[in-house]
Design a protein around this ligand. Structure first.
Ligand SMILES: Cc1cc2nc3c(=O)[nH]c(=O)nc-3n(C[C@H](O)[C@H](O)[C@H](O)COP(=O)(O)OP(=O)(O)OC[C@H]3O[C@@H](n4cnc5c(N)ncnc54)[C@H](O)[C@@H]3O)c2cc1C
Length: 393
């Protein structure tokens, strides 16, 4: 029976709750706001299926040998590209699947702006998945729904973080030709509790209910994207992502899930067919391709992924690119976040009743040692320059 002793070893994928034949596993929220499985021991029949599907205990293996392909891409439709986080490739994949009477799964907001996985069957509904929501999305019962659609012979595309894709692969435990798995490059997932507190604080500040929310608004460009929240009373909060307090705490890894610091799913050979990301640093390798509407970085991991990518390519501008260069510019794709020394302090401050903004500000400040090191490093560089000047005079 699954028992979480080390929180770093549970990614919250819900594979165990989906597989349990007795429905005796529930996902319970801890004080940091992350979900973990809890087994009702009175109902458990010791079938061990929950352990067998866990992508951390039994890492799903990819059988196909395929030479990974790397591309820089832009959706030719600039309207769709503007609404998407990166180059809008996800929307073209949706279009392909829906046009083949398929079903698309992804992360969207519900009426309370909670982020959870759901599915759509029409093109009009696909836009709810568009754009990154920087919080862990709740999988709920979607793995079961995927299996039902697959067994009906429908084409299914499931998109999510690498751990959600590996969770699905573990749950299904066999290959389905009618399943397309799409993962996103993932920095890590923030706590749903912190996210909820941030939105509550915003609603209090703006004295109105939230009407729309975007973490990746492109009014200020793609590389300098903004955070934008619109309220029912007509007021709007918009600022550069780099100035937004929630985004600052996220980027500094203050409230990522513990498993994100040990993530094993950041590897070129995942069970996903396609990986979607931002092509940060694209101007350094494809300057002629660069613009501020958003460029996608795409990895194709399987023949199935290649087939669908070729089919959507007519609506894309595509360049073949270089894996090593791309991952050097976007290390989150291959490396998990480093342990954040102030993470515990952050959650302690919240528990002591310190406000969210104050707690984030306190914990993203560089430590004295980091500042001294920074200054020391600066002085070292200055010193070296001086030495060079003296030597080469
Ligand atoms: C938490 C998080 C961290 C990320 N970190 C990085 C990173 O470090 N480097 C990088 O290059 N890209 C990262 N991305 C991915 C990137 O922001 C884009 O989502 C991706 O490039 C797809 O862009 P697009 O233009 O093709 O389509 P879009 O329309 O923007 O794609 C949206 C896709 O993202 C999925 N999605 C949105 N929010 C979530 C969520 N909370 N959980 C699971 N799936 C979600 C949707 O289901 C859909 O598949 C991250 C995304 C998220 C959600």
């Amino acid at each position: 029976m699954i028992e979480i002793i080390d929180k770093g070893k549970c990614c919250g994928c819900h594979g165990c709750t989906n597989i349990c034949p007795k429905s005796c596993i529930s996902m319970e929220t801890d004080q940091e706001g992350f979900w973990y499985p809890k087994v009702d021991k009175n109902l458990c029949i010791d079938c061990h299926l929950c352990e067998k599907v866990c992508p951390i205990l039994e890492v799903p293996q990819k059988k196909e040998v395929f030479n990974l392909l790397t591309y820089a891409c832009k959706n030719k439709n600039n309207e769709v590209r503007k609404e998407s986080s990166s180059g809008g490739v996800f929307s073209l994949l949706c279009e392909y699947v829906i046009n083949h009477e398929g079903v698309v799964f992804g992360a969207s907001y519900n009426a309370q702006f909670e982020v959870r996985h759901t599915y759509v069957e029409t093109l009009g509904e696909c836009s709810q998945f568009r754009s990154s929501k920087y919080v862990q999305s709740k999988i709920g019962e979607t793995y079961k729904q995927v299996r039902t659609f697959l067994n009906q012979g429908r084409l299914v595309m499931f998109s999510g973080t690498p751990c959600q894709i590996e969770g699905l692969s573990g749950y299904l435990s066999k290959e389905y030709p009618n399943l397309i798995r799409v993962d996103i490059a993932c920095h890590g997932v923030p706590s749903p509790m912190v996210y909820k507190r941030y939105l509550n604080d915003l609603e209090n500040e703006y004295q109105s209910k939230l009407k729309s929310l975007s973490f990746r608004n492109k009014d200020t460009g793609w590389s300098s994207y903004s955070f934008k929240a619109e309220f029912e009373n007509g007021r709007v909060k918009q600022e550069l992502g780099s100035n937004n307090i929630y985004m600052k705490g996220f980027i500094k890894d203050i409230y990522l899930r513990p498993s994100c610091f040990e993530c094993e799913f950041k590897k070129p050979h995942t069970t996903a067919d396609i990986t979607l990301g931002d092509y940060w640093g694209v101007s350094g390798i494809h300057p002629e391709f660069t613009d501020e509407k958003g460029i996608s970085l795409i990895f194709v991991h399987s023949q199935k992924g290649k087939d669908i990518f070729d089919k959507i390519s007519t609506n894309l501008q595509v360049l073949e690119s270089d894996f090593d260069y791309a991952t050097k510019c976007n290390p989150s794709i291959v490396r998990h976040a480093p342990i954040q020394p102030k993470r515990q302090q952050f959650f302690d401050l919240l528990e002591q009743g310190v406000g969210l903004q104050e707690a984030i500000e306190k914990c993203i400040k560089p430590t004295l040692l980091q500042r001294v090191k920074g200054k020391g490093y600066g002085a070292l560089i200055k010193g070296k320059r001086l030495v060079k000047k003296v030597v080469y005079k």
